[in-house]
Write a protein that binds this ligand. Sequence first.
Ligand SMILES: *[C@@H]1O[C@H](CO)[C@@H](O)[C@H](O)[C@H]1NC(C)=O
Length: 211
Amino acid sequence: MIYLSGLVGFLLVVTAEAGVGNSSQLPFCFETTQCLLFDLICKTKNYEVRHYSSVKWVSTDEESYFMELASSKAFKRLYNYITGDNKNKENIEMTAPVIVKIPDKMFWEKGVFTTSFLLPAEYQTNPPIPTDDKVYFQDTPDMYVYVQTYRGWILTFSDKSVANSLSSALNSVHAAYQKDSHYAAGYNSPMTVFNRHNEVWFVAEDVPRCF
Ligand SMILES: *[C@@H]1O[C@H](CO)[C@@H](O)[C@H](O)[C@H]1NC(C)=O
């Protein structure tokens, strides 16, 4: 009843392209040939609701006070994996986005940050075994996420300010979402200066709210 309008929106706009696909379908994903595609469920003035299919990532964890420190160490480790540090010495192409799972914590607390590269379509099943035992695979579930987008670089302060803005928008419509962490999603190489595109994702815990 209270969810009905959200549900109707959801039924109207679902298409069937979520998964790892051709980057030409996603205007802000222009640096890699494959990107993570999604179904856009709805867009309010404060956020987008997206549906993602279950996909496989190569991931690594770093405990730290700072996201910047954790993600740069993690990025190197994952980059080594895709450039040959695997049992078959295979080169695996870079995809987008790179996601960092950021724990909700106070700045004086340490937290575990999980950085993940999306495996290309041809490696979604049977990716080569990593040689570094800190590198592992995980599948994100089929999920709905609330998204806000921003320009520039993913830094603790920019991520936090967008995450705060998104969570207040979600709280004001009584949306149910996972509050112990969120994702930072980046679509650009660190060298890229123009048209950088970053996102904050909160994972929905219920039928997503579209108002
Ligand atoms: C991706 O789409 C573009 C434009 O439709 C096409 O030219 C290209 O060949 C596609 N790439 C792959 C890997 O399918």
